[in-house]
Design a protein around this ligand. Structure first.
Ligand code: SF4
Ligand code: SF4
Length: 367
């Protein structure tokens, strides 16, 4: 609950001023702030959507190219398409292992190095722009957003869990993250190198593809359940189960940026809280510190009052400046592209192995 300065309203409100907790609704009722509408049209959602679509398209392209590469190797013909190293972005645990390996040895990995660079780019984006990976880049986040919006259109609303159930469910992703972090944290650099260079580790990406190619009935049921739950519940997977999102949330805790509300011009309409996909009480707080904030800027987009809500640096109010949405988009793009370019330029992007070895390993990965 934020504490606010009450206007001079006479004896009746003087009593209410004794408690700032109770004063807020009273003050809101009596204060008639003049609504000053924003000067410029909000472009944050168009910009974010273009990032989401571009990244979804890129991942589809990578997936299709990877499938054809695997089919060529399986059939024993010389691969007519190259293995897209970007597929390693789908190996977040390998990315975590590689990050630990780099920290321990100060050396870049030789096998699957793209997993390390992509992991680093995504963590950096979230470190700077509060879990922005989830709402700007992640293709699963994009599909999840599409599904709950579709569900809301089909059924008129999304299901909201009561707080007593939502909190323990939200903790599940942190438990999963703790499990993976513990498992990776227990590995020495030599153990990580052995795993990555093992017959299982070399084709771990192909095993992931085979999981979807030869989907068993149990896995199909689980995926169907997740799709249905995502239609009904806002960001079901991201909010409750995704350990990668949990990691991005922890990185976001160190972010120097926050959604900040200027109570002087806020008209207390509550639209921001209603629009927030993470169900955060944006209209009640001065700054959003929650690890659930994904920098989606939906709250900023719907806010009718000029300068009431913005992504800003955490600084004393006099020094605070709103960060325009285009800077967030440009910085996320620069982080991603510069790390990929650096990895390519230094020869740490592709994994190159003889096709005969890959042929053997890929065939055995189907068993
Ligand atoms: S607080 Fe705003 S930016 Fe953060 S998740 Fe909610 S709507 Fe998105
Ligand atoms: S949308 Fe939120 S920040 Fe903007 S005026 Fe309404 S309550 Fe205030």
């Amino acid at each position: 609950m934020t504490s606010i300065a009450l206007p001079e309203l006479g004896p009746a409100t003087g009593a209410a001023a004794a408690s700032t907790v109770q004063a807020q609704p009273l003050a809101a009722a009596f204060t008639r702030k003049k609504l000053v509408r924003p000067k410029d049209r909000d472009i944050s959602q168009a910009l974010r959507r273009s990032f989401q679509l571009a990244f979804l398209g890129l991942n589809l392209w990578i997936g299709i190219q990877f499938y054809f590469w695997v089919r060529c190797i399986e059939s024993g013909t010389t691969a007519s398409v190259a293995r897209p190293a970007g597929v390693e972005g789908w190996l977040p645990i390998e990315g975590l292992m590689q990050a630990r390996y780099v920290l321990l040895t100060r050396q870049l990995p030789r096998l699957h190095p793209a997993a390390f660079f992509l992991f680093t780019a995504f963590v950096l984006s979230s470190l700077l722009f509060r879990k922005s990976f989830c709402s700007w880049l992640c293709p699963v986040g994009t599909l999840s957003e599409f599904l709950w919006k579709l569900g809301r259109r089909l059924f008129g609303r999304n299901v909201c869990f009561p707080a007593w159930l939502d909190l323990p469910l939200r903790s599940l992703k942190y438990l999963l993250l703790a499990f993976f972090a513990y498992a990776v944290g227990m590995m020495s650099a030599a153990a990580i190198a052995d795993f990555v260079a093992s017959p299982y580790g070399i084709v771990i990406d192909v095993r992931m593809l085979n999981f979807f190619r030869f989907l068993g009935p149990t896995a199909a049921l689980v995926i169907a359940f997740l799709v249905l739950a995502s239609l009904l519940i806002q960001n079901f997977w991201c909010r409750h189960l995704c350990p990668y999102g949990a990691l991005m949330g922890l990185a976001a805790a160190l972010s120097p940026l926050r959604i900040t509300r200027n109570e002087g011009v806020c008209i207390d309409c509550g639209k921001c809280a209603k629009a927030c996909p993470s169900s955060l009480p944006v209209d009640k707080l001065l700054q959003i510190r929650s690890a659930e904030c994904t920098s989606c800027l939906e709250c900023v987009a719907v806010c009718p009052a000029r300068d009431a809500l913005a992504m800003s640096l955490t600084a004393p109010r006099a020094l605070r400046r709103p960060i325009p949405e285009w800077i967030i988009g440009a910085a996320i793009g620069v982080i991603f592209l510069s790390l990929v370019a650096y990895a390519k330029w230094t020869g740490h992007w592709e994994t190159r192995l003889p096709e005969e070895i890959l042929h053997q390993l890929i065939l055995s990965s189907r068993n």
